[in-house]
Every structure is written in C-alpha cells, then in structure tokens.
Design a protein around this ligand. Structure first.
Ligand SMILES: [Zn+2]
Length: 275
C-alpha cells in the first residue's frame, strides 16, 4: 500500500502502543489493530488516503450491503426515535455525514426535520436527492458545506473513516453554535460481547474499520474536538453506543482514558469465551 500513512494515537498523540495479537487469527493478512499505551484507544495504524477507503466502502455497498436490511434499518430507527423522544427533530435542519442510501434521513424527514446528506457515493447521493433534498457528494476532506445545521449526525461512520478527529472537527464546523452532534456506533468495546469475535473483526481491509470505541474513548474523542457529551443511551446493554454532544470551549479539555491493560484483557476474554 504505497500511498499509506502511519498514524499515532488519534486521541492523545502517543506513539506508544501494543499490537492486539489476539485479532490476527480473525483478519487474514491484514494489519491487526493496536491499543494506545497511554489512553487505551483501539485503532489501525496504517491507513490509505481517505478517498481510497471511501471507494472500498462503495464497493462493499455494491456487493449487496443495504440499509434496508432489517437489522440496519432497526438501528437507524432506534437513533431517530431516541433523539425524537429526548430533543425532537421537528423544524431542525440536519446533516447526516455518511448518509448512505438515505434511510435514516427518510425517518427523520417524516418527523419534520429539514434534511441533507453528505456521501462519497454518487449512486447514494442520487437516492438521497430522490427524497427531494440536497446531497453533498463529497468526503470530509473536502470543504465544509456553505450552510450551518442544528444537528449533525454521524451514524456507523466514525469508525469507518480514515481520520475520526478530522470528521468530528468537520462536524463542528457544520454546526450552528448551539447545535448538537449525534454519534452512534456499533463498534463498542468494554461491554458485553454482542456477537462472536470473528464476526466483530473481519477480513475486509484493516483501514475500512480504523477505530473501535469504548464509551470513554468516544467521549474523549468528542472532547478533543471541541465537544462535550450531554446525553448518552443505555450503551452498556444496547448494541448501540450513542452520545449526543454540544460544542464547548477548548479550555475545558479532559482526558477520559481506558486502562490499556483492561482493553487488551477485554479482547482476550472475548477470544476465549465467544470466538
Ligand atoms: Zn492514546
């Protein structure tokens, strides 16, 4: 992978890490993730340019993945309902980063939101435009949209991009000053095992799934990018880790770490108990 770059910890910048050896038997010839020796964040060090990773995801979509699958549709519905019950979508101007086929946008459009989607796939953008709304055909490496939003959503996307911090900072720039960010991921760790480890990890190129978030590391990432989480779901027992966040002053930075040994032990137990 000639164009690839090597990354230190995205969250704390430490170059100190331990390779997650236990992953090797599940991921073919791919590079295993590492655990940051300072903050416990789990990430893949070697990554191709963002556009190449996005292109891979387009191909994965092309191979039959669809957000119409009951499980995928259900988790997006869960986010739509969760936010609706706690904050409400009605009248809000919303941008979904990594909007896919627009399934989530459709849910919240029906609840009165004014929606836009940002998507690297042209085919998906066409589907989003089919909802009668604006689709930004781009990635987060391109300039931010020329409008500001009440809510930005990043759903099952942050773990799959090349630079999670850049994505969060991009989201912050898209928001109105009092706007809210919603991040949801299924790649949660330090929780009960939701599926066999062989299904959690995969033989896809390692950098299509660069990050594995715990509740702490997601809160840490948000904080480093100028957000404070204000609401969370019942992430310990749900399959979804969902945080709602608002912009804060940079001076309020926190260090919300996991112990690296706890993270390594978590994956070792998973391998023993639910391979
Ligand atoms: Zn770190």
């Amino acid at each position: 992978m000639t164009n690839s770059r090597t990354f230190d910890c995205d969250l704390c910048g430490s170059a100190n890490y331990t390779v997650l050896e236990v992953a090797r038997k599940y991921i073919g010839d791919n590079e295993p993730p590492v655990v940051c020796g300072n903050c416990g964040f789990v990430f893949v060090r070697t990554r191709r340019p963002a556009k190449e990773i996005a292109e891979d995801w387009n191909n994965i979509f092309g191979e039959g993945y669809t957000s119409e699958w009951p499980g995928v549709k259900a988790r997006l519905f869960y986010v739509a309902e969760f936010f609706d019950q706690n904050y409400g979508w009605k009248g809000k101007k919303v941008l979904d980063i990594g909007a896919g086929e627009g399934t989530f946008l459709k849910f919240i459009q029906q609840r009165g939101a004014w929606i836009s989607g940002l998507e690297p796939s042209l085919e998906n953008c066409t589907k989003i435009e089919g909802l009668g709304v604006r689709a930004y055909w781009q990635t987060i490496e391109d300039p931010v949209p020329d409008e500001k939003f009440d809510v930005v959503t990043i759903l099952w996307t942050l773990e799959n991009c090349q630079d999670c911090m850049r994505m969060l900072r991009f989201a912050r720039e898209c928001l109105k000053p009092d706007g809210q960010l919603v991040v949801a991921t299924g790649s949660r760790i330090l929780v009960p095992f939701k599926k066999p480890l062989q299904d959690y990890l995969s033989g896809n190129p390692a950098d299509t799934h660069c990050f594995r978030f715990s509740r702490n590391s997601l809160a840490h990432a948000l904080n480093r990018c100028g957000f404070q989480w204000i609401y969370q779901n019942d992430w310990y027992q749900s399959d979804v880790l969902l945080l709602v966040a608002e912009s804060i002053d940079v001076k309020d930075r926190l260090f919300i770490a996991d112990k690296p040994i706890d993270v390594a032990n978590f994956f070792n137990s998973w391998d023993r108990e639910f391979p």
